[in-house]
Design a protein around this ligand. Structure first.
Ligand SMILES: *[C@@H]1O[C@H](CO)[C@@H](O)[C@H](O)[C@H]1NC(C)=O
Ligand SMILES: *[C@@H]1O[C@H](CO)[C@@H](O)[C@H](O)[C@H]1NC(C)=O
Ligand SMILES: *[C@@H]1O[C@H](CO)[C@@H](O)[C@H](O)[C@H]1NC(C)=O
Ligand SMILES: *[C@@H]1O[C@H](CO)[C@@H](O)[C@H](O)[C@H]1NC(C)=O
Ligand SMILES: *[C@@H]1O[C@H](CO)[C@@H](O)[C@H](O)[C@H]1NC(C)=O
Ligand SMILES: *[C@@H]1O[C@H](CO)[C@@H](O)[C@H](O)[C@H]1NC(C)=O
Ligand SMILES: *[C@@H]1O[C@H](CO)[C@@H](O)[C@H](O)[C@H]1NC(C)=O
Ligand SMILES: *[C@@H]1O[C@H](CO)[C@@H](O)[C@H](O)[C@H]1NC(C)=O
Ligand SMILES: *[C@@H]1O[C@H](CO)[C@@H](O)[C@H](O)[C@H]1NC(C)=O
Ligand SMILES: *[C@@H]1O[C@H](CO)[C@@H](O)[C@H](O)[C@H]1NC(C)=O
Ligand SMILES: *[C@@H]1O[C@H](CO)[C@@H](O)[C@H](O)[C@H]1NC(C)=O
Ligand SMILES: *[C@@H]1O[C@H](CO)[C@@H](O)[C@H](O)[C@H]1NC(C)=O
Ligand SMILES: [Cu+2]
Length: 569
């Protein structure tokens, strides 16, 4: 494989100490060094400091083979508490380095460090890493590429080259200021000022020095695009002028191949797609913009672009690039048609293991809420404060992490009373649901399940305050997405429509606006695992809960002990 493209900045500053496969010595792992620090960057003709890893935006790419373990030595040289999460990496029995602040660890405070063991198992494809504390992940993120085990290959023809495409957002202001201001006033946070492809906003923004990511292609060659949505608050449509893409994977798992003129991708999700450079030599825009179907829900309505150009022998720079067709910003049909096209391979070489016999049935609403303020003094709707919830509980972070409290039997940190069904049954998707139901409870309640239980989780969107789609992400697992629908979930009719044959294996799934989604997984990874909306503003408002998966009986089915250098609170 060629890594000719500029995004492939392979950063292995920790060096290969010994090959553990040769030495059979599990103590030695490949080390990466991640230094978190403020770095000046210029975008949209303005310079500001952003938090980065190793001075890079997007951050360094991690390259591993399936099943490897690496260690990332994280040094916090910035001014904020920080944690890092390896999104989609299961970390079997080892939630200690999973990362979410106050869920599995206390933050790495400025001047401190933490060596995070990252344990890969069944994942193969594209994943990513990002900060998991306040809004730092806006700029603290990067790709993780998981190659097949050495000696095996992809379930598709070997591409000539691989290219990471990371979608992000850019604020002119400091992102910490954006969320701090919103949490202080109770208002919706300000939307971003631009979107970026590999850190560059592209030609459509008003700045005399546009930065544009360019991909030079060779006629007839095939490119594996590893597309990551690293944005905080936006689901994207992405499309490339005059070229179709062949989707081959998502979220670190292969899919059946299908060809499409656009992709949809939610924050947290990855899509692997093949691009065949089969058009007349020229310049073509790759463009992305938000999908946001909520009525009166503000969003960044701008468009970011990159350029794919045939440079043989030189790039036809005189030519203005062709522009692609993108679905309309509220085209739910286009969104769902793409998402429901994702299917597992479900073949002999890539079998699936979707639970057929559900032992633990859960249904949760996912809602935007409001909390009344004295004299309607807040800046949310009608003077309220905006909030969010699952099953009407708006999650409150504890002051020490839940994992530590669970492992050491420290009481008073969390409760185990997360409701397994919605506490109020109403027409969840009504045009005007009762205002009184907008107000959630606040709490730190978890869902406790037995080892090896088979969990079915129905996520029901509601139209409280403003119906909008929610990309829900589970740590420690991938789940099979067995069903989707619009309206209220019907427990008698809807299960008949489930796909139990080749459902996609994902770690992030979008609950459609005023609709529902059903996922299933086998609880075979003991630990404390966060589940949350991957729209960062909803996470900040409390749209999250935690799974505690108990230990099994075998000694190999129990939590591993914590590392020595867990950051203290
Ligand atoms: C990492 O932190 C530990 C504990 O605070 C400290 O002893 C060690 O010197 C630090 N290492 C580096 C390289 O900063
Ligand atoms: C948010 O937007 C409002 C209105 O445009 C502006 O007054 C405020 O300064 C912005 N805040 C931040 C942190 O960008
Ligand atoms: C690209 O597509 C546009 C229409 O979307 C068309 O006008 C143009 O001719 C196409 N370019 C090439 C090189 O085929
Ligand atoms: C949309 O939001 C604005 C500002 O929050 C509000 O004034 C307006 O009434 C809303 N419109 C609708 C149709 O809800
Ligand atoms: C978003 O921009 C498009 C044009 O690019 C416009 O047609 C549309 O009305 C805008 N939508 C919103 C909600 O501002
Ligand atoms: C999408 O937005 C347009 C206005 O920009 C509106 O006319 C149309 O009804 C919306 N479509 C849906 C499905 O909400
Ligand atoms: C929906 O997606 C499938 C591919 O899975 C495609 O064949 C079909 O044309 C799409 N339908 C529409 C109306 O876009
Ligand atoms: C499903 O699980 C239940 C509870 O563990 C068990 O009693 C039952 O036999 C199982 N059914 C099948 C078909 O495996
Ligand atoms: C604001 O309050 C009015 C009157 O109580 C109500 O009709 C309206 O729906 C409320 N809007 C929101 C967004 O809560
Ligand atoms: C729920 O509200 C929606 C939107 O108004 C409506 O179409 C649907 O019929 C309602 N469902 C029930 C069961 O009342
Ligand atoms: C644990 O050990 C048992 C018996 O030794 C084996 O059947 C099982 O597959 C092992 N489980 C894991 C997760 O390694
Ligand atoms: C940083 O983390 C420590 C330990 O949890 C906490 O006491 C402190 O309040 C945090 N600082 C900020 C600014 O959140
Ligand atoms: Cu959400």
């Amino acid at each position: 494989m060629l890594f000719g493209n500029k995004i492939f900045i392979v950063f292995i500053s920790g060096f290969l100490l010994f090959d553990d496969a040769i030495l059979h010595c599990r103590a030695w792992f490949r080390h990466y060094e991640f230094v978190v620090r403020e770095t000046p960057f210029t975008r949209l003709c303005e310079t500001k400091n952003i938090l980065t890893v190793n001075g890079l935006y997007p951050g360094p790419t991690i390259h591993v083979h399936k099943g490897e373990t690496i260690v990332v030595d994280v040094y916090n040289m910035g001014n904020y508490n920080i944690t890092l999460h390896w999104h989609g990496v299961k970390q079997p029995r080892f939630p200690w380095s999973d990362g979410p602040e106050y869920i599995t660890q206390c933050p790495i405070q400025p001047g401190s460090n933490f060596s995070q063991k990252v344990i890969f198992s069944i994942e193969e494809g594209t994943l990513w890493w990002h900060a998991h504390s306040d809004w730092s992940r806006a700029t603290v993120h990067g790709a993780i590429i998981v190659y097949p085990v050495q000696g095996t290959t992809y379930p598709f023809p070997l591409p000539n080259e691989e290219v990471v495409i990371q979608l992000g957002e850019w604020w002119k202001k400091d992102v910490m200021q954006v969320i701090t201001e919103a949490l202080t006033t109770g208002a919706d946070p300000n939307t971003s000022d631009a979107f970026t492809i590999n850190g560059e906003p592209g030609d459509l923004y008003p700045c005399s020095q546009p930065g544009t990511f360019q991909l030079n292609v060779v006629p007839g060659a095939t490119y594996l695009l590893r597309i990551i949505n690293a944005a905080l608050n936006d689901i994207f449509f992405l499309s490339l002028a005059n070229h179709s893409l062949t989707v081959v994977g998502s979220d670190g798992s292969y899919t059946k191949h299908f060809t499409t003129n656009y992709i949809t991708i939610s924050p947290g999700q990855t899509i692997d797609a093949l691009l065949l450079a089969n058009q007349p030599p020229g310049r073509y825009y790759m463009a992305a913009r938000a999908y946001s179907s909520g009525n009166n829900v503000s969003f960044d309505n701008s468009t970011t672009t990159a350029v794919v150009q045939y440079c043989d022998p030189s790039c036809p720079l005189f030519q203005p690039p062709f522009f692609p067709d993108l679905p309309y910003y509220n085209d739910t049909f286009a969104y769902l048609n793409f998402s429901t096209s994702l299917r597992s391979l479900a073949s002999e070489s890539h079998p699936i293991d979707v639970p057929l016999n559900v032992t633990t049935q859960l249904i949760s609403t996912v809602s935007v809420n409001t909390i009344p303020c004295p004299d309607n003094s807040c800046a949310g709707p009608n003077g309220t404060r905006v909030a969010a919830s699952m099953n009407n509980i708006s999650f409150v972070n504890p002051s020490i992490d839940i994992l530590q409290a669970y492992y050491n039997n420290i009481s008073g940190v969390f409760g185990d009373q997360f409701p397994h069904f919605p506490p109020y049954i109403f027409n969840f998707t009504a045009d005007y649901p009762p205002l009184i139901l907008e107000v959630p409870k606040r709490g730190t309640e978890v869902i406790v399940v037995d080892y090896e239980s088979t969990v079915e989780f129905v996520l029901q969107g509601t139209n409280l305050v403003a119906g909008i789609e929610h990309p829900m992400h589970l740590h420690g697992y991938s789940f099979y997405v067995v069903g989707y629908g619009l309206g209220n979930y019907d427990k008698d009719k809807d299960p008949l429509t489930y796909n139990l044959v080749d459902p996609p294996l994902q770690n992030t799934v979008v609950v459609p606006r005023n609709g529902w989604t059903t996922v299933r997984f086998r609880a075979d990874n003991p630990g404390v695992w966060f589940m949350h909306c991957h729209l960062e503003r909803h996470l900040s408002w409390g749209m999250e809960t935690v799974f505690i998966v108990k230990n099994g009986n075998d000694s190999n089915a129990t939590l591993l002990p914590p590392p020595q250098d867990m950051p203290p609170c």
